[in-house]
Ligand binder design. Structure first.
Ligand SMILES: [Fe+2]
Ligand SMILES: [Fe+2]
Length: 284
């Protein structure tokens, strides 16, 4: 029997209520003074807004990859992409409301020029079922990231927004996981191969999207010759430590292990080494 996802508060996979829209968020109610001087939040929100806003590059690649699976390709185009782009718009609006002095558009354009070159089909797992495993890793990462953001702040508008996005990311995870199960019913991939894909994507999380995004946030944050500029590596270390300490690691590991469909006992054996890898990913 399939065990339920370890997120009791997650919505059911069928959408019973309309998906939220940007005008549901009252950006005029943001308590600007409560967040403006929080440098960590600035970096975490702007970098997230960049990666989310660049989602259309990924969709194109993914849709092409799943051209033989119209059900998956349709969902990617009609639901996944609009939702990811909406995350980008919402976060961008939040950033521009709190930090109007930051030139979001110019910084994003520079980021995107670099980022879009790196998003190629070659980056995807050759095996489609394994790519769905990799997508589960990415959505686990985003779901836990927004949960951390939600817990990191007391500002009500941001708390609400982060929670809305977190719920979407959990739904994305559930979709990718369900599609994986469908495909793997035919493929019957070994656990070793599934674990290989999990590990590969987990290790890539650190060196990919968020690092590129953070680099551009950092570069456009300050004037080039500012004397008291904090080095990029130092900013990254600080952020990874801060986020790493708050990440709901156990929950993340449970989500990561789900595609392996391990017997209970084996799950316990493997949970710890995987949590160690995940922590290393964050702390390195
Ligand atoms: Fe997202
Ligand atoms: Fe997502």
């Amino acid at each position: 029997m399939e065990r339920s996802l370890p997120l009791a508060q997650a919505h059911s996979s069928a959408r019973e209520t309309p998906h939220w829209t940007l005008d549901w968020i009252d950006f005029s109610r943001i308590q600007i003074e409560a967040v403006h001087d929080n440098d960590d939040l600035f970096y975490l929100l702007v970098s997230a807004s960049f990666v989310e806003s660049g989602s259309h590059t990924y969709t194109r690649n993914l849709v092409a990859h799943f051209d033989t699976q119209p059900q998956i390709a349709d969902w990617l185009q009609s639901q996944w992409e609009p939702e990811e782009l909406q995350h980008g718009r919402a976060l961008r609006t939040y950033v521009q409301t709190v930090w109007p002095e930051f030139d979001w558009q110019t910084a994003y354009a520079a980021f995107f020029a670099d980022y879009s070159r790196l998003c190629t089909v070659e980056e995807l797992e050759d095996d489609r079922a394994l790519e769905l495993v990799a997508r589960c890793v990415v959505e686990t990462g985003t779901a836990t990231y927004y949960q951390t953001l939600r817990d990191l702040t007391a500002e009500p508008v941001l708390k609400d927004l982060a929670e809305r996005i977190r719920i979407d990311e959990v739904q994305h995870y559930k979709h990718f996981y369900r599609y994986f199960r469908q495909l793997n019913a035919e493929r019957g991939l070994s656990r070793a191969r599934i674990f290989g894909a999990l590990k590969r994507r987990l290790n890539e999380l650190r060196t990919s999207d968020s690092d590129i995004a953070l680099r551009y946030v950092w570069a456009f944050r300050h004037a080039p010759n500012e004397a008291d500029d904090v080095p990029f590596e130092q900013v990254c270390q600080r952020l990874y430590r801060r986020v790493g300490a708050l990440l709901p690691m156990e929950q993340a590991v449970k989500m990561l292990l789900k595609p392996l469909a391990l017997p209970h006992r084996m799950e316990h054996v493997i949970e710890r080494p995987l949590a160690r890898i995940a922590r290393k990913v964050m702390a390195a």
